[in-house]
Design a protein around this ligand. Structure first.
Ligand SMILES: [Zn+2]
Length: 219
């Protein structure tokens, strides 16, 4: 999934009000940001096969260090612990929510991926319910997740300015537009470009979240 991953970030912000939304946007995609680095550096591998699933062309046959169940749990624990160290207040809630946000990535991937999520590095058992093969359902889930998550966030925060009032529509529209671009543009030819372009996309998403942080009050 792509923008659906941000639903837990929006919900997390309603629970841990001191954690910036952009941090939660980075947390829910942390294992994919790691994937971008590992794909570009050859630690993990992907094959691009035209029409591999109805939703995208990625055969994600080797990503044990970012997308196995065990490693996703470890990334989540480490990220939550790091947040509890650097947070100035609300350390426990913030750490738990950051950790849960990181782990939510694996659970949402489990819904949509074809069986490519190993239990642990080296495991032959790979999981994935394959909703990507039903493109209308996959698109509907992405939109439902993001709209429900954003609605919960918007109704629990208040705008600080006019921009804060309009940003849910502009920022939400940008998220959906970037998802549309990702769905329609063919993947780049080499692995460095695949990794770099996906990390670039996640940074843009964090920028959109930072505008939410700057223009809406969570307290
Ligand atoms: Zn992923």
């Amino acid at each position: 999934m792509f923008i659906g991953h941000y639903a837990p970030a929006f919900v997390g912000k309603t629970i841990a009000k001191t954690v910036p939304l952009w941090v939660l946007f980075a947390a829910v995609q942390l294992v994919d940001i790691g994937w971008g680095v590992f794909i570009a550096t050859g630690v993990e591998h992907v094959r691009i096969i035209d029409g591999f699933t109805a939703s995208n062309d990625f055969d994600l046959y080797d990503m044990p260090w970012t997308h196995s169940l065990l490693m996703a749990a470890i990334w989540a624990i480490v990220a939550g612990y790091v947040w509890s160290l650097i947070a100035r207040s609300d350390k426990r809630t913030g750490g738990l929510v950051v950790g849960a946000a990181v782990f939510s990535h694996w659970l949402i991937d489990l819904l949509v991926h074809v069986p490519d999520l190993a239990l642990f590095p080296g495991s032959e058992i790979k999981l994935g319910f394959g909703i990507w093969n039903n493109a209308p359902l996959a698109i509907g889930l992405e939109l439902a997740f993001i709209l429900i998550g954003m609605t919960l966030y918007v109704t629990s925060t208040t705008p600080k300015s006019t921009l804060g009032k309009v940003w849910p529509f502009v920022g939400g529209g940008l998220l959906i537009a970037l998802y549309g671009v990702g769905m329609t543009v063919a993947p780049p030819p080499d692995m460095v470009a695949v990794g770099a372009s996906s990390i670039g996309m996640y940074l843009i998403m964090c920028g959109i979240a930072a505008v939410f942080d700057a223009t809406r009050d969570a307290q």
